[in-house]
Design a protein around this ligand. Structure first.
Ligand SMILES: [Fe+2]
Length: 330
């Protein structure tokens, strides 16, 4: 890891025609036009479709840079060091490295969050929500429109008790656009029977988890996170493509709850292909700690993701102390 820069985001200009501003963080500059995001650094530059760039950027902020590597595409992305964050360009691409145009700078995590939020705010106009599935939102292409005033990110709502028990935070806002998604109209949504021993009424509860996930209006973003010490369980609804390529720094478990997701899996360092996995309802897999992967969900599906948030776990994988996969089938 390189030295941590003390830089903060700065606006460096505004395009008179499109209305969008450009920004600088450290040695990186960010500019957009009607179709594309442009990132440049002292030794090179990169261009990406603006939709892909914004879908990746808002999730990167919302996930707190997640575990390990977030590739916006094969070239540009961030690496989480849990307190500091690298922004890189070409650092994990063999072609860029051979050409000597790869570049990486390390910042405080808050500085990157602030920069990405500032850029997203300026580049996202009303009618477009990069957290929605592409079929369920407008487009970001074109000149700057009216700025959105609602939060870009969905805040976490902490449950006080078991979901659905009296006194719990209401998690569903019926009638506020949180109906059952069209893709899950055929699912059985009956509520579970609850029979508890006398004296325990009001303390035992159960919900139909599908009924909850089916109401999520965002994709590739947790609908519920259940955290028990370092064990993190997220359920999500997925549609279209995972807007980033995730490079793991630890194992990550997937349980496909409905429908199917196609995963492209590549070597984390070079991007060389390592496998393709099609996960169908009921399939379970552990993504290894040394790969990058991207999922494609042709129809909205439900996925459960299990993460191990043990502090410093990434160092134990990076040093080789732990094997990159969780099970030996001997
Ligand atoms: Fe992952």
């Amino acid at each position: 890891m390189s030295n941590v820069l003390e830089a903060k985001v700065a606006k460096v200009g505004t395009d008179e025609v499109t209305g969008y501003s450009s920004y600088q963080l450290g040695s990186f500059t960010f500019r957009r036009d009607e179709y594309f995001a442009h990132v440049s650094w002292p030794k090179g530059s990169h261009i990406m479709e603006v939709d892909r760039f914004l879908r990746a950027m808002v999730r990167d902020i919302g996930w707190g840079f997640f575990y390990g590597w977030i590739f916006f595409d094969d070239i540009f992305g961030t690496t989480n060091h849990y307190g500091t964050v690298d922004i890189f360009a070409g650092s994990y691409d063999r072609g860029c490295k051979e050409a000597g145009i790869d570049f990486l700078e390390t910042f405080k995590a808050e500085a990157v969050s602030e920069a990405f939020e500032t850029i997203s705010r300026d580049w996202i106009s009303e009618g477009y929500d990069p957290l929605n599935a592409p079929l369920e939102t407008g487009t970001p292409i074109g000149p700057k429109g009216k700025e959105r005033t609602d939060p870009l990110l969905r805040a976490f709502i902490a449950a006080e008790r078991m979901l659905g028990l009296e006194g719990d935070t209401p998690l569903r806002s019926e009638g506020a656009g949180q109906g059952i998604n069209r893709a899950f109209a055929d699912l059985e949504m009956s509520e579970p029977d609850i029979e508890c021993e006398p004296g325990f009424e009001g303390q035992l509860h159960a919900i139909n988890l599908f009924d909850h996930i089916a109401r999520s209006d965002v994709t590739w973003n947790p609908s519920i996170s259940a955290v028990t010490r370092a064990n993190i369980c997220c359920v999500t609804s997925e549609e279209h493509m995972l807007p980033v390529i995730h490079g793991n720094d630890r194992n990550e478990w997937f349980i496909q709850l409905t429908d199917e997701i196609h995963w492209n899996i590549a070597d984390k360092e070079s991007g060389a292909p390592r496998g393709r996995v099609v996960m169908k309802a009921g399939d379970v897999c552990a993504m290894p700690a040394d790969i990058r992967h991207q999922g494609f969900s042709p129809k909205r599906s439900m996925l459960m993701v299990m993460e191990n948030g043990t502090p410093d776990l990434e160092k134990r994988y990076a040093s080789g102390e732990l094997k990159p996969y969780p099970v030996d089938f001997g």
